[in-house]
Design a protein around this ligand. Structure first.
Ligand SMILES: Cc1ncc(COP(=O)(O)O)c(C=O)c1O
Length: 390
């Protein structure tokens, strides 16, 4: 049986109900939502509305029309970053970001300036360093809520309060925290929140969300048919259409709705406790194992259910490959699309093996993986090739 510890990339399996909701949407409500006046199109629109409402409830979004469906978290971050930044702006970010933040900023490097505030060796961020980085032309702060390499949780509430006090736009990448940690856009003063639908929210790949707050002035980069205001020459100002041109992924959104329903029925606290229980179990045992070096915060710290490590003397890719080929454990070995985070940790050369847990993992799977690592430590991995993704 496959043990799947790659939930930070996308969660698997999905909860019961996700596939059925997608099939039902395709088979019975397969018309284009929000386009036509016939019953099937209206029913497809209701499926989309239901998921939009559920997202608004989970993140305390005051107006559901500010929930914009996207392709994934990367798409949402591109919309937020490229749509808000103006030439001459100074942007503050951190040294623990995913490429979906750093690459859009790099792409704008000729017209903006960027400060990457350095994080500590465990990935943690001192919010005072953010305050010190603010300049006269700073307009945006963009940070991850939880690192996808170490699981370190960033002080989002403090930075949100600071951003609001200084009149800055605050963009949060919640790719690793949505569905695990509590997020309240009002309480945390978040202006733009980027979410993947397919990770902790347990929907299918191809789903993501951008929350656009009232203070954010985001230019849409996708323009076209919205099923409304058709005689207007330009993109309508009305939400959510302003940011949702083209046919929506209604089967994906239906599946995401079922994922959110599962979270609401199970309870986010129950999900978090289970996932963090597994994370602690792994850290406590692996931390005592000779030859294992763990990165990131300790077992008791506030964190996301993501943990990275290396086996001293063994090639990281080969460890990932051996876990897959010999023991049927799927994890991710490499740079996790976050080279800055690896620079911060000092692991750019060696890279890391990452385990990321979901509600559907069990303690016995963790114990088995620990046993496998004990075994792999002393073995010759020369025959293993191609376990790394960089
Ligand atoms: C911290 C972080 N941000 C952004 C992303 C991009 O998410 P997506 O795959 O939904 O585009 C990821 C993906 O792993 C991530 O871990």
């Amino acid at each position: 049986m496959l043990i799947y510890f790659d939930n930070a990339a996308t969660t698997w399996p999905k909860p019961p109900g996700v596939t059925d909701a997608m099939r039902c949407c395709l088979d019975d409500k397969g018309a284009n939502p929000g386009r036509s006046g016939h019953r099937m199109s209206l029913e497809a629109g209701q499926v989309v509305d239901k998921t939009r409402n559920a997202i608004a409830r989970l993140f305390n979004i005051p107006d559901r029309d500010r929930v914009i469906f996207t392709l994934n978290a990367t798409d949402a971050l591109n919309m937020a970053i490229k749509g808000s930044i103006k030439p001459g702006d100074h942007v503050i970010t951190t040294s623990m970001e995913h490429n979906s933040v750093t690459r859009p900023l790099y792409g704008l490097r000729r017209v903006i300036s960027v400060t990457k505030v350095p994080c500590a060796e465990d990935g943690s961020l001192n919010p005072r360093k953010i305050e010190k980085a603010i300049r006269i032309n700073t307009r945006i702060i963009v940070i991850t809520h939880a690192s996808n390499v170490t699981g370190t949780v960033m002080p989002v509430r403090e930075i949100g309060a600071l951003a609001r006090q200084k009149g800055l736009i605050f963009i949060v990448d919640a790719a690793q925290s949505a569905g695990v940690l509590d997020i309240d856009v009002q309480d945390m003063n978040i202006d733009l929140l980027a979410l993947p639908g397919h990770k902790g929210l347990m929907g299918p790949p191809g789903t993501g969300i951008l929350y656009v707050g009232e203070r954010a002035q985001v230019r849409p980069f996708r323009e076209g048919g919205t099923g409304s205001h058709s005689t207007d020459p330009g993109q309508p100002e009305v939400l959510p259409e302003k940011y949702e041109s083209g046919t929506l992924n209604s089967p994906g959104i239906a599946g995401l709705g079922a994922g959110l329903e599962f979270i609401s029925q199970t309870g986010i606290n129950t999900i978090r406790e289970h996932e963090l229980g597994l994370t602690r179990r792994f850290i406590e045992s692996a931390g005592r194992m000779p030859g294992v070096k763990l990165y990131g915060p300790g077992a008791e710290a506030e964190r996301a259910p993501v943990v990275s490590f290396l086996l001293e003397g063994q090639d990281t890719g080969a460890v990932g490959g051996a876990l897959d080929k010999w023991y049927n454990i799927a994890c991710r070995a490499g740079l996790h699309c976050a080279p800055d985070a690896h620079r911060t940790l000092g692991t750019l050369e060696k890279k890391l093996v990452r385990f990321s847990f979901s509600y559907f993992n069990t303690a016995s799977e963790v114990d088995f993986a620990l046993q496998c690592l004990r075994d792999i430590r002393g073995r010759d991995l020369a025959e293993i090739t191609g376990g790394c993704s960089c």
